[in-house]
Write a protein that binds this ligand. Sequence first.
Ligand code: SF4
Ligand code: SF4
Length: 471
Amino acid sequence: MTAQNNQALAAPLAGGRYLNSGTGQGLQFVDIGHQEYIALVDPKTAFWSLVKKDRMAETITDGNFISAYREKAAQFADEMNMLMFGLKPSAVYFNPTERCNLDCTYCYIPADMRKNGKHMTEEELFSALEKLKSYFKTVVPEGRLPQVIFHGAEVMLVRDAMFKGIGKYREDFRFGVQTNATLLDDADIEFLKRMDVSIGLSLDGHTPEIADKTRADWAGRGIFDKVNEAIDKLRGYSGFNVISTVTTENMEHLSQMVDFLHEREVSSCMLNMLRCTLPGSRALKPDDLTVAGHFIAALERTHELYKKTGRKLVVVNFANILISILAPTARRLLCDISPCGGGRGFFALAPNGDLFPCSEFIGLPKFNGGNLFKGEIGDILTSEPFKMVTERNAEDFEPCRSCAIRPFCGSPCPAEAHEMNGGMDKTGAFCEFYEEQVRYALRLIADGKENDFLWDGWDRDTETTFDAIRF
Ligand code: SF4
Ligand code: SF4
C-alpha cells in the first residue's frame, strides 16, 4: 500500500468534533431520490447513514451521532483498507480453449481465434492445475479451497480433459464451469452435479427472437431451445445460475426475462451490462439512464414475484451492490470496489498459459503479465501489466475522486476505461448507470426492503458494525 493510500483511509485525527471542517469527518450528502430520506456518506471509509430530510441539520450537528461514528471510524477504515489493499488471490478464471462453437455479436475473442484457435492438451491442463495448486497453497488460508472457474470461449469443447481435471483435483479446488450450454448433455449434467461444480449458463432473452439476436452459431442458428432445455434439466440444482448480457437488443425485456427464469425455479441470475472493452461490442451499448430504468423495473419484478410466491430470484450483481453498502467485506463479486479484484482477488489464465489480471484483458497483449508454464505466478502478479490494473484507484482521478458513492460503485471497468475512454484514469462505460443502481439500492434500504433482494442468511457470518443506519 502506498503512503498516500494509507493516509486516504486513516481514521480521524484528534479533534474532529465537527463534520467537514478541521480534522472532522468528511461526510457528503447524496440525493437518493427518496421522498423522506437522504444519504450521508463518508466515501473514504464507506460509512453511510440515511437521514430524514427534515432532520438534516439536526443530525450533522448532533454530537452523539458524530462521536458514535468517530469511535467506529478506525474500524471502517481498516475494513476498507483490507478490501482495497489486503486481498490475496483465491480464484482463477481458467480458459482451456480459444475455440467456440458460437459466434456471439459482442464476443471479446477475435473470430479467427474462436474458429481455429488452440485447445489446451490434457497434459497442459493438468500441469496448469498442479502449478495453481502449489501457488494457492501459499496464499489461501488452511481449511479454505481456492476456486477454479472454467471459462470461455466454450469450455465444453475440451470436455474430456476438463472433466478429468475436475475429477483428479476435486479435493484441491472448488470448481465452476461457465458454458453456453449448447453442448451439455444429460451425462455432463449428472457429472457436474455429482462433483458439486457450480454451473453458469448464458442466455440473453426469454424468447428465441430476443436470445438468438446476440447469441448464435457460425451458421446463424440460434441457441435458445438448447439453453432452455439445459435450464429445465438443472431445475433444483442449487449451484446453478443464468447470466444475461444486457444490450440494446434485450434491455426492454429484462422484466420478462425475470419472469421466465423465476417460472423455471432459477434462484440466481446475473443481469450484467455489456462490457465495452472492444470496439465491436460498443454498437450494442445501451444508453445509461434508459437501461437503468429497465434494470430497476426488472429488480422490482423480482420483488413482486417474491411477494407473490415466497420464492426469490436473486440478481447477483445487484445483490452485491447492496452487500457492498451493508457489509463491505461480505461482498462476493469484485467489480464494484476500486482497485477492482482483477489481479488481486483472482486472475485469468489463457489457453497458452499467459496470465492476465482478468478475462476482460485476454486479447490485449499490453496486460499479459507472463506465462504460467515459464514463470512464477507470484512474480507475474506483481508484474507491470498487472500493476496497471491493481493500482488503478478511483481515489486518484476525477470524477470518481469526488464521487460520494465510489466505495459502492468501484468505477468499473479498468479494461473499458483503458480501451474505450483512453486511460486507467478514466471512468468505464456505464458511470450514470452505476450511479442510478447505487441510488436505488439506498432507496430500498431506506424502505427496509433490502433483505428481499438478497440470499436468505447472507449475513450469517457478518457483524453489524454500526447499527444506526436510519436517522
Ligand atoms: S472491473 Fe473489469 S477488470 Fe475488474 S474484475 Fe470486473 S470485469 Fe475484471
Ligand atoms: S464511475 Fe461514476 S458513479 Fe462510479 S465512482 Fe466514478 S463517478 Fe461515481
